[in-house]
Design a protein around this ligand. Structure first.
Ligand SMILES: [Zn+2]
Length: 198
């Protein structure tokens, strides 16, 4: 995972507190009620720090474009039945192959990027049950050994709380990612389309 210092510098957090049961904003940290005025909610506060994930994605794709093209070309050759040399990144799992752009699209500079979401909570302090859940986006189009590198992981959000974030909280991040994906992006003369799997 990228360090917090990097995220503060590059991405600027947007930090909000929500009630974990109804998903509404809370007013303050201590003794808060959610905006529904529900006192019971105040004990279930989740802190959600949303990061500028689109900027992180752009940087990684920009830096990794040669590698992404290489992986896509190799995958398409493999799909066409060509035998590839040992050590070449095949990406021959069905999902990836279904997501990849056609040769015609590739030649007209349209590229499909396959993203996956990863959420693993870790406890912040041993004695409390407060935990942090980073919501990370992985770019599956990079070579296997590079995919999990710290510099290639996008932090979409950090969720902090004493209980597991509910669906309503997760949905807040997912909807931001989905609206980004719905639009796609253009960079360096390429048109990018994204697919997301969880
Ligand atoms: Zn509530």
């Amino acid at each position: 995972m990228k360090d917090i210092a990097y995220l503060e510098e590059v991405n600027q957090f947007e930090v909000c507190e929500y009630c974990n049961s109804c998903g509404r904003r809370t007013r303050a940290k201590e003794g808060a009620k959610c905006s529904q005025g529900n006192v019971a909610c105040s004990e279930r506060i989740i802190t959600l720090a949303t990061c500028k994930f689109s900027q992180q994605l752009k940087e990684i794709i920009h830096d990794g474009m040669d590698e992404i093209e290489e992986v896509h070309i190799a995958t398409r050759r493999n799909m066409d039945g060509e035998t590839l040399s040992r050590g070449q990144d095949l990406h021959d799992f069905a999902h990836f192959q279904n997501c990849i752009e056609s040769k015609a699209d590739y030649e007209s500079k349209k590229i499909h990027i396959s993203l996956s979401l990863c959420m693993d909570a870790f406890p912040l302090f041993k004695k409390t049950n407060y935990s942090i859940t980073p919501v990370q986006i992985h770019i599956r189009d990079l070579k296997a050994h590079n995919r999990s590198l710290k510099r290639n992981n996008v932090i979409a959000a950090l969720i902090g709380g004493s209980e597991k974030p509910s669906e309503v909280i997760i949905d807040k991040i997912l909807s931001k990612i989905r609206s980004f994906i719905a639009i796609g992006m253009r960079m360096d003369g390429w048109e990018y389309r994204f697919t997301l799997s969880t």
